[in-house]
Design a protein around this ligand. Structure first.
Ligand code: ADP
Ligand code: MG
Length: 319
């Protein structure tokens, strides 16, 4: 069985693109550019909580990097450097190699330097810390939404939640949809190019990790506003095609996490520009509602009636 130092040498050492020193010394060295703000975030994945213990290590590696990179996208920042702290029950080299390969593939895809980390024995746990850059003052925070702004969502949120429900036996998915939903669950795609394109355009933004309604709730609370979502505008079609169950589709869209799509607000007059960004990136961007003055979240049904939405999102310490 390899030791800690063999693993570090064989699995974690690799060339870097924009760092002065990567893995191998007591710490890494890199320079941030003048005029930029440094952006830092950590995300931890715990076995049995965020992933099944027997999860495919390559996909797990990808996801650990992807969820961290997504936090940079959500700030409108460019992801640059990442570290990975690992607790492993055993030094299973084949498993660690696959994990490292998945992590590294995701890093290479987004040109992020994997510059260090830590490796220790313990219950399986993966914690990455990511560092990014954004031009000074241009980060997109949660607290900038204004009454009258439109609420937008990228991609097809809810597919990952349907994938999870399908794995748990709670829903049956048609044809190839099961594979697609599982792919969205295990291999999320951080929307870095979109986040960058929305600098100076979006008034508030976050990535949907815990569920659209709950995550929108964070923006509304930070910005001291409310929102009305239009049921007819929600991107429900793929979810309906996948599960053929209107309630499950709506539940996955509003309450399901793990898609890492970007949810953002923007002044109405930026709408055409946002649509252009969507075309350029070949990414569906859907206007799903409007920010209002009254706090709270409502859903306007097709018949015009408004009903309050119970804000639901995944919370590790309750329900
Ligand atoms: P120290 O004892 O000084 O903390 P370590 O032996 O933990 O040093 O790490 C040696 C080098 O290997 C460091 O550069 C560290 O960043 C790197 N390293 C350790 N574990 C990982 C990992 N999981 N991923 C990437 N680099 C790692
Ligand atoms: Mg160490």
């Amino acid at each position: 069985m390899p030791g800690e130092f063999d693993l570090i040498r064989d699995c974690f050492s690799h060339p870097v693109h924009h760092s002065d020193l990567g893995v191998g010394d007591d710490a890494a060295l890199f320079r941030t550019a003048p005029g930029m703000q440094t952006v830092v975030s950590s995300d931890m994945l715990v076995a049995g909580n965020h992933f099944f213990v027997d999860a495919d290590p390559t996909l797990l590696g990808w996801k650990t990097a992807a969820v961290n990179i997504s936090d940079m996208a959500a700030m409108g920042a460019d992801p640059r450097w990442i570290t990975l702290a690992l607790a492993l029950p055993t030094a299973d080299e084949t498993w660690v190699r696959k994990l490292a390969a998945g992590f590294r593939t995701c890093c290479e895809t987004y040109v992020v330097d994997w510059v260090g980390g830590d490796t220790t024995r313990g219950p399986l746990n993966l914690c990455a810390t990511i560092v990014g850059e954004v031009p000074f003052g241009q980060a997109i925070l949660r607290n900038g939404a204004h009454p009258g702004d439109d609420v937008w969502i990228s991609g097809w949120p809810g597919l990952a939640a349907l994938g999870l429900r399908s794995l748990q036996g709670g829903v049956k998915l048609a044809g190839d949809w099961h594979e697609l939903c599982i792919e969205r669950l295990h291999r999320p795609v951080p929307r870095v190019a979109l986040g960058r394109a929305l600098r100076g355009v979006a008034s508030a933004m976050l990535d949907v990790s815990d569920g659209l309604s709950g995550d929108l709730g964070h923006i509304l609370e930070s910005s001291s506003v409310g929102a009305v979502l239009q049921e007819a505008a929600l991107p429900l079609l793929p979810l309906l095609n996948a599960c053929n169950d209107a309630a499950a589709a709506r539940d996955a869209l509003l309450g399901g996490g793990d898609d890492y799509e970007l949810l953002f607000c923007a002044p109405r007059e930026r709408g055409a520009h946002i649509e252009e960004i969507g075309h350029r990136l070949s990414l569906p961007l859907t206007r799903i509602g409007r920010v209002v003055t009254n706090p709270g979240l409502w859903l306007q049904r097709r018949d015009g009636q408004c009903a309050p939405v119970t804000i639901r999102s995944y919370d590790h310490f309750s329900g």
